[in-house]
Design a protein around this ligand. Structure first.
Ligand SMILES: [Zn+2]
Length: 449
C-alpha cells in the first residue's frame, strides 16, 4: 500500500469513528434562557453531541446510550462572557508593585488559579485585557486550549500598548531605580505600529491600547486623552490589516470619541460617555461601549490601592454610572465586562447584578453577557446562545435569574465545549450563596476543585 493510500484509509477510518467517540448528553432543567432575549423555554431539554449543541426543545428525543443530566428546578443559560479580565493578575497586589515583587511564573500559576475560579463562576469565555508580565496570557490561553488547566476560552491582548507617562507606564519608582518596566511603551504612529506587529508576532488575538489615563495609575488623569488621534488610527489600521480588532481603554470623553472615530471595536470603561459619544456610537455600529461598573466598592476596600487612586476611583465611578444610564436610555447595545481582579476573580456575575440595580432589566443584562458579547467578539457563530450548532457552553443556577438576578452568584453547573466542569446544582440551589463545587472533567482534566 502506498503511503498516500494508507493516509487516505486512516483519514476515512478516523472520520467514521467520530460519531462513536462523540458522546451524546441530554441536559434537562425547569427553564432555559437561551441568550437571545426571547421568553424562557419551560421546561427545557438540550441535546449535546461532542462539543456541539444538537437540539433544544421542551421535550426532545433521548437517544439510546445518551447520558442524561437532570438539573431539576434549575435555570439553564449559555456560558457567560466577560469582555474585560486580567486573569494573570492577583486582586491583592497592585500591578506596579508586581513589577518588583513578583515573577512571570507566579503570574502564570495565579493565572491558572484565576482561570479555574472564573470558569466555575459560569464564565466560559473571557477577553483578557493584558497581564502585568507580557505574554503570560498567551501561555495561559494555550494551556487552557490544550486541556492542561481548566479555564474559560480566552482571547488575549499579550502586551497592552501605552504612551510614555500615561496609564500603563509605572510611575511610583525613582527614575534612578532600574525597574523591569513592562516593554509596552510606544510613542508616535511608527512605534505604535511596531507594538501592534510585535503583539501579533508573539500570539496576541487583539490589541489593547490605553487611550486615556487610568484610575489605578499616577500618570495622566483618567479624563485626559493620552494617545493622539493619529496614534490611535495607526493602531486600528495596522491591527485591521491583520484582520484583528483594537480594544481601547478610555475613560475621558475626548478619548472615547477619538477611539470611536478611529474605528476601535470596543471602548472599555467608557466612563465619561456623553451625548455626543452616544450619537457617534449610534451612527457607527462597528464600535461598542463596554463599561466596568461593579468594581468601585471593591477598589475602595482594597488595602493595596493608594489613597490617590481611590480618590480617582470615587470620581470616575460616579461619572461612569451616569454614562451607563445615558447609554441605557439611548438603547445602545452595552457589552458586559468586569475588569477583574479590580473586583475579585470569580465574582464576575456581580456586574450583572449591579447593572440591574442601576435600572437595566435582568434579561437585557443576560443578553449582554451572552449573545451581545459574542457578537462584539465576532464569535456569534460559535458561542453566546443555546441554539443548535453552537458550542456546548451551558451553565445552570438554582432559581430564576429573571426574578432574582443574584442567583447568578451561585452557578451550580458548568459545561464548556461539551465537557462538564462542575455539577452540584442541587447544593447550589439549597445553599443560596457562593461556594466551591465538585470538579468533574471527562478525561481532559485530573484536578479537583
Ligand atoms: Zn483593565
Amino acid at each position: 500500500m502506498s503511503r498516500r493510500i494508507a493516509l487516505t484509509v486512516l483519514i476515512f477510518a478516523w472520520a467514521a469513528a467520530q460519531p462513536a467517540f462523540a458522546q451524546t448528553v441530554v441536559v434537562r432543567a425547569a427553564r432555559l434562557i437561551d441568550g437571545r432575549g426571547g421568553p424562557p423555554l419551560e421546561p427545557a431539554m438540550v441535546r449535546i453531541n461532542g462539543d456541539r449543541i444538537e437540539e433544544v426543545g421542551p421535550t426532545i428525543q433521548v437517544p439510546a446510550g445518551a447520558t442524561v443530566i437532570d438539573l431539576g428546578s434549575a435555570t439553564l443559560l449559555p456560558g457567560l462572557i466577560d469582555l474585560h479580565t486580567h486573569l494573570t493578575d492577583r486582586n491583592d497586589v497592585h500591578w506596579e508593585t508586581a513589577l518588583t515583587t513578583t515573577t512571570p511564573p507566579e503570574a502564570a500559576l495565579w493565572g491558572a488559579r484565576n482561570a479555574r475560579v472564573t470558569l466555575m463562576a459560569g464564565f466560559t469565555t473571557c477577553r483578557d485585557m493584558g497581564p502585568t508580565w507580557p505574554y503570560v496570557d498567551v501561555e495561559l490561553r494555550k494551556a487552557i486550549e490544550a486541556g492542561a488547566v481548566p479555564g474559560p476560552r480566552l482571547l488575549v491582548a499579550g502586551n497592552y500598548v501605552s504612551s510614555t507617562g500615561g496609564a500603563g507606564d509605572a510611575r511610583q519608582f525613582s527614575i534612578y531605580l532600574d525597574v523591569p518596566f513592562v516593554r509596552n511603551l510606544a510613542d508616535g504612529p511608527e512605534e505604535v505600529v511596531k507594538a501592534v506587529r510585535t503583539n501579533f508576532k508573539y500570539g496576541a488575538d487583539f490589541i489593547k491600547i490605553l487611550v486615556t489615563g487610568a484610575v489605578l495609575s499616577k500618570g495622566i488623569p483618567p479624563g485626559a486623552q493620552q494617545y493622539s488621534d493619529a496614534e490611535i488610527a495607526a493602531a486600528v489600521t495596522e491591527a485591521n490589516r491583520w484582520g484583528r480588532p483594537v480594544a481601547a481603554h478610555a475613560h475621558g470623553a475626548e478619548g472615547i470619541k477619538a477611539a470611536i472615530r478611529a474605528g476601535v471595536r470596543t471602548v472599555d470603561h467608557g466612563s465619561y460617555l456623553d451625548d455626543e459619544a452616544v450619537r457617534l456610537l449610534k451612527d457607527n455600529r462597528r464600535t461598542y461601549y463596554v463599561p466596568t461598573l461593579a468594581l468601585g466598592s471593591y477598589m475602595q476596600e482594597a488595602p493595596h490601592v493608594p489613597a490617590s487612586e481611590k480618590a480617582r476611583g470615587r470620581i470616575v465611578n460616579e461619572i461612569a454610572v451616569g454614562g451607563f444610564k445615558r447609554a441605557l436610555a439611548a438603547n445602545l447595545p452595552i457589552g458586559l465586562a468586569t475588569d477583574a481582579p479590580v473586583m475579585p476573580h470569580g465574582l464576575n456575575a456581580r456586574e450583572l447584578e449591579y447593572r440591574v440595580s442601576l435600572g437595566e432589566s435582568p434579561m437585557h443584562a443576560i443578553v449582554a453577557a451572552t449573545s451581545l458579547n459574542a457578537e462584539i467578539l465576532g464569535m456569534q457563530d460559535r458561542i453566546g446562545s443555546v441554539t443548535p450548532g453552537k458550542l456546548a457552553d451551558l451553565i445552570a443556577v438554582g432559581g430564576n435569574p429573571l426574578t432574582s438576578i443574584s442567583v447568578l452568584r451561585d452557578v451550580g453547573f458548568v459545561m464548556k465545549d461539551g465537557v462538564v466542569y462542575k455539577n452540584d446544582i442541587r447544593a447550589a440551589a439549597s445553599r443560596g450563596s457562593a461556594g466551591a463545587g465538585a470538579f468533574i472533567g471527562r478525561g481532559r482534566q485530573d484536578a479537583k476543585e
